[in-house]
Write a protein that binds this ligand. Structure first.
Ligand code: SF4
Ligand code: SF4
Length: 389
């Protein structure tokens, strides 16, 4: 494992952090996290050198924090920096800060958090934490020893990002960044801006919800033509570690194989190691992907559950996979996705939900939950018109 400076916090953080949003799930219920398997792979990651573990109130519908609390028993808690996030979207009044923080400490079975973040700040979320005085609350919690550092995770545009950075002396900012997303959300400029202000930058969605791990044929051809031997995942991760502004890259790892592969990538990571040819290759890869993605869904599931039973990320995955698909993997994924979601018109009934797009009533309750600002009902119409009934 390689270690990097964590902004101005004075500790070295592993290049790879364990994101606990995509734990392995149970065989017959893909929404339920498999606690035993998750514990095993989290501990394996720590044994391989990971010292930064990130979770949140919402992940796995609240189970991620509980499972992580179990996984960090037997001496593992002391070996990591533990991070979770105030569920800002749920907060309604000032007292909610203490209510959630204490519940999270209990779930995680710990006396303190190394970093406590305001979760998923956008313009509305930022206004809310100011109105509810959550930064002042966080400072009091820090004085009381319940948290060590204060940060935020972010999903909005560059001007909002700069405004948040300038508003307070943050320790950590967590942004969505990968070789496809250099011009959206915080952007490369935001990454550099935060770093210049000594804010440690944590990167999430390094593989864009797994999409960069499964490239279409055109992207594979670009990789092959470069003459450089790297896996698709390694290309995406090394792009991030090449940059001095990135402190730690979070990967939501859901299997032992992912942990082993990502740790192996982190072992040979470093600032400025990519050659000019490699950097040009990555730019070409980004162009290939951008031309193919229909809906920029990262499968984070913040919009779920839909009250009418629509599997929102499942539908978008089917649509994107079809567009990406000119190899067997994507054809298989698309067919499987459509079979699972559409089935028969008799099953299009919210009492027997199967996730089909045809269950959508256009109620728009999901829209404000999406950190990618996808107009979900409008984009679901594209799924409908592509796949029909
Ligand atoms: S707009 Fe459609 S997908 Fe969104 S919550 Fe309403 S029914 Fe569900
Ligand atoms: S539609 Fe938005 S909120 Fe829902 S899974 Fe995709 S990115 Fe996440």
């Amino acid at each position: 494992m390689k270690y990097r400076p964590m902004g101005s916090l004075g500790w070295d953080v592993s290049a790879l952090g364990f994101g606990c949003m995509r734990f392995p799930t149970k065989r017959f219920n893909r929404l339920a996290a498999d606690g035993a398997e998750a514990t095993r792979i989290v501990r394996s990651g720590i044994d391989q050198g990971i010292n930064y573990v990130d979770t949140a109130w919402f992940y796995h519908m609240g189970e991620s924090e509980r499972i992580l609390g179990e996984a960090l028993k037997d001496g593992y808690r002391e070996r990591v920096k533990l991070v979770t996030k105030m569920p800002t979207p749920l907060a309604r009044k000032e007292e909610d800060f203490d209510k959630y923080l204490h519940a999270q400490l209990e779930r995680l079975q710990t006396d303190y958090l190394d970093v406590y973040m305001m979760h998923t700040l956008d313009r509305a979320g930022f206004d809310k934490i100011k109105r509810l005085k959550f930064i002042e609350k966080a400072e009091k919690a820090r004085d009381a020893g319940l948290i060590r550092h204060i940060g935020f995770s972010f999903h909005d545009t560059l001007p909002v990002f700069k405004e948040i950075i300038d508003y307070y002396d943050w320790d950590v900012a967590q942004i969505q960044y990968n070789y496809m997303d250099t011009c959206i959300q915080a952007t490369t400029e935001g990454l550099e801006y935060a770093h210049a202000k000594d804010v440690a930058v944590v990167v999430m969605e390094p593989l864009k919800g797994g999409r960069l791990a499964n490239p279409p044929a055109e992207a594979l051809e670009v990789m092959r033509a470069s003459g450089v031997e790297r896996t698709p995942v390694d290309w995406a991760l090394q792009f991030l570690w090449n940059r001095p502004e990135v402190a730690v890259v979070l990967s939501g790892m859901g299997s032992q194989r992912m942990v082993d592969e990502n740790c192996a990538s982190a072992d040979h990571s470093g600032v400025g190691i990519l050659t000019e040819v490699e950097q040009e290759t990555i730019e070409r890869l980004a162009e290939v992907y951008r031309a193919k993605i229909v809906v920029p869904c990262t499968a984070c599931r913040y919009c779920m559950p839909c009250p009418y039973g629509v599997d929102i990320p499942g539908n978008f995955a089917a649509l994107n996979n079809m567009q990406l698909g000119n190899n067997w993997y994507f054809r298989y994924k698309t067919k499987r996705g459509v079979r699972k979601l559409a089935q028969t018109s008799a099953q299009l009934d919210s009492s027997k939900t199967n996730g089909s797009v045809h269950l959508c009533t256009q109620c728009r309750r999901c829209v404000e939950k999406c950190p990618q600002h996808i107009d979900i009902p409008v984009e679901l119409e594209k799924v409908k018109s592509e796949f029909g009934r």
